[in-house]
Design a protein around this ligand. Structure first.
Ligand SMILES: Nc1ncnc2c1ncn2[C@@H]1O[C@H](COP(=O)(O)OP(=O)(O)OP(=O)(O)O)[C@@H](O)[C@H]1O
Ligand SMILES: [Mg+2]
Length: 508
């Protein structure tokens, strides 16, 4: 007795089809799963056995062999519980053979309920291309799967309901995709709570408008963490495409909170004790997305930057540059996207008061230097906007009026992003920070005087070629905020000013 059921597997961000074959032969009772299964897949045998028994089917006391093909691809996780069970039911002729254009995914509980699994969105998006027309997924993943437009999705709550559906006794209604509105519902802390700090606010507005990285540096208690946490509230709404990308990564990592697309841009703030692999991705089996990929299309906030482990900080260098991180582990390698806006905050020295206008810093020059050296030149070079956050005046802090609200700032950010949306239409670039080198000169056209200013600054500040490129992109965003076609000297001037702070602190 033999039966075949289709299912889906996942390779990095793409799904591929898997055939689950069941052969039931006379002989001593035995249950074997072959075809490169990991331990979660092997354990599937026990869940399937109990789930079958507890939903009223006799578990065959025969020699059962399950093969997951193609055999050269590693199969991970409990996704195959459901197709394995169905293949046994079909082989035992409890149900009729199932057409190969239907695929099944889902973990089983011992009483036959179907539990949610990771990576459903990626599998659903690839299902059509794999010849799958009907996709059966756990009920709790149905809305997520229904984002895929070229496959019919059925949400399954338990084995009993599925068997009734397959027998035609009580059909399950297909789950329909919800139209994407792009409306974010989360309420973030508001910029109106921040008194003063005009320069830092302006820098964060530029960062939000163009997706640029920011470093906030200054003494304790001036509002650095406070400002950084308010950044998500002024970010533009995500496009459907961005939302799909980010949701895919969350789904694979098992971090997706809702059933369906994420409409909020992610804001990740890993603690400074995080390891390099927590940051870039890793895990025991196939590599999983790390913090930087979970911040894809959103913000990564590193509070107390110097306190992060050196290897964790340095591991950010290549991904920050390329917007892509390659994670290699024994079980395989994966390239995950990580186009993010980095916001880092730090004190300038161990006591925190170096550069403070009134308070005396108690650190030795050596201690200050050692502290600042924890943030390496190459990392600093990747941050477009360096901003000093100094203490606010008494008059400002005691004033009953706070600053401008997040809603007002966001309106300007949206306008600048709209210009970028039109500029990058038809490409996979979302914002100015992602402009590739080959487009840089055409997109960031400067006026003559801006060109002069740039030339002077390049020599005077000893800019690297990377810093030059990044400076141009920042200036492009500043010009977009001002609504001007060409990058003028004001935009260049302001962008330069955000690259001069390292000369005050990192003096060499
Ligand atoms: N500019 C400001 N406007 C209003 N409140 C402020 C401002 N700056 C600081 N505060 C108040 O001080 C608290 C501490 O600020 P915050 O945690 O942002 O400081 P910080 O600069 O990150 O300090 P540290 O360097 O010690 O991390 C805030 O929660 C807020 O109550
Ligand atoms: Mg802080």
């Amino acid at each position: 007795m033999f039966a075949k059921i289709m299912s889906m597997g996942i390779r990095v961000l793409d799904g591929f089809s898997i055939t689950v074959e069941a052969d039931i032969a006379p002989g001593l009772p035995q249950f074997t799963i072959v075809g490169l299964p990991d331990s979660a897949v092997k354990e599937s045998a026990e869940r399937v056995r109990s789930a079958m028994k507890n939903t009223g089917f006799d578990f065959p006391a025969r020699r059962i062999t399950i093969n997951l093909a193609p055999a050269d691809q590693k199969k991970t996780g409990p996704v195959y519980d459901l197709p394995v069970l169905l293949s046994i039911l079909a082989a035992m002729e409890y149900i009729k053979p199932i057409s190969p254009d239907s695929a099944f995914l889902g973990e089983l509980s011992l009483d036959g309920e179907v539990r949610p699994v990771n990576g459903v969105l990626s599998m659903a998006l690839s299902a059509g291309a794999c010849g799958i027309k009907k996709l059966y997924v756990p009920q709790e993943n149905a809305a997520e799967a229904a984002v895929a437009e070229n496959v019919q999705v059925f949400g399954v709550s338990d084995i009993g309901a599925l068997v009734k559906h397959l027998k035609g006794e009580s059909p399950i209604a297909p789950t329909r995709g919800v139209p994407f509105t792009g409306e974010a519902g989360a309420v973030y802390p508001d910029f109106a709570d921040v008194h003063g700090q005009e320069e830092a606010r302006r820098a964060l507005e530029i960062a939000a408008a163009g997706g640029h990285n920011v470093l906030l540096i200054g003494p304790p208690g001036t509002g650095k963490s406070m400002l950084a946490k308010r950044l998500p509230g002024i970010l533009p709404v995500m496009s459907r495409e961005e939302s799909v990308e980010t949701t895919q990564l969350y789904s694979i990592a098992g971090c997706l909170k809702q059933n369906g697309l994420m409409t909020e841009r992610p804001f990740r703030s890993p603690h400074h004790t995080s390891s390099a692999s927590a940051m870039t991705g890793g895990g025991g089996g196939t590599p999983r997305p790390g913090e930087i990929s979970l911040a894809h299309n959103g913000v990564l906030f590193l509070d107390e930057l110097p306190e992060f482990r050196r290897d964790t900080k340095e591991a950010l260098r290549q991904p920050l540059e390329e917007g892509l991180v390659s994670v290699t582990r024994a079980a395989g390698s994966a390239d995950y996207p990580c186009n993010l806006t980095l916001v880092a905050a730090m004190n300038p020295c161990p006591c925190g008061y170096f550069g403070h206008p009134t308070r005396q810093c108690t650190c030795t020059p050596y201690a200050i230097e050692r502290y600042l050296q924890k943030v390496s030149g190459p990392l600093l070079d990747r941050i477009d906007l360096h901003v000093e956050v100094l203490p606010v005046d008494y008059s400002e802090i005691s004033s009953s009026q706070g600053g401008e609200s997040s809603a007002a700032i966001r309106a300007r950010v949206e306008k600048a992003r709209e210009i970028q949306r039109r500029r990058f239409e038809g490409t996979d670039i979302h914002c100015n920070a992602q402009i590739p080198p080959k487009l840089l000169r055409t997109v960031c056209k400067c006026t003559d005087s801006a060109q002069e200013l740039l030339k002077d600054a390049f020599a005077a500040l000893g800019l690297s070629a990377r810093a030059y490129d990044r400076l141009l992109k920042t200036a492009r965003t500043i010009a977009d905020l001002a609504g001007s076609e060409l990058v003028d000297e004001n935009a260049i001037g302001e962008a330069i000013q955000y690259r001069t702070l390292d000369r005050k602190y990192w003096r060499n």
